[in-house]
Design a protein around this ligand. Structure first.
Ligand code: 2BA
Length: 114
């Protein structure tokens, strides 16, 4: 068995969990925060048989938002004297890809329902 982690945008949560339920996958939703953008996202944990990994990935791919590039204002950390004194509070525009889903899986050594 595998434990599949799926990180998606918060807005895609309902669509993705509904589609997974319909396809016969159980999932647990965690409210998480991306380490880079510091924005809320969703992490789903799905325990499934090895041979159903690709099927789950296909369901998610079908319904999650498409990847797109957006421009975000990221904090700019300068190293000049004025920066060190906290006199600037600058941001810098940076292009990042958002949407879609990040998937990774680990082996599950024990699963039980009591
Ligand atoms: P965040 O960490 O908030 O990242 C949001 C988006 O910012 C990323 O989208 C990526 O396009 C960009 N990004 C992230 N780190 C970057 C960096 N060091 N330099 C430049 N751009 C960067 P995604 O790649 O689609 O990731 C969406 C969310 O999935 C991430 O939110 C994070 O919560 C999670 N994630 C992505 N890769 C991961 C990994 N290897 N391990 C654990 N979580 C991951």
């Amino acid at each position: 068995m595998k434990l599949l982690y799926v990180i998606i945008g918060a807005d895609d949560t309902e669509r993705v969990t509904n589609a997974l339920n319909k396809a016969g996958f159980s999932s647990t939703k965690l409210s998480t925060t991306g380490g880079f953008l510091k924005k809320g996202n969703t992490t789903l944990m799905i325990c499934l048989e090895d041979q159903r990994l690709e099927e789950a990935a296909e369901v998610i791919k079908r319904v999650c938002g498409k990847r797109r590039t957006v421009e975000v204002d990221m904090p700019y950390i300068g190293y000049g004297a004025m920066d060190r004194m906290g006199m600037f509070n600058n941001t810098i525009a940076q292009k990042v890809e958002v949407g879609g889903a990040i998937l990774f899986a680990t082996d599950v050594t024990y699963f039980n329902k009591i």
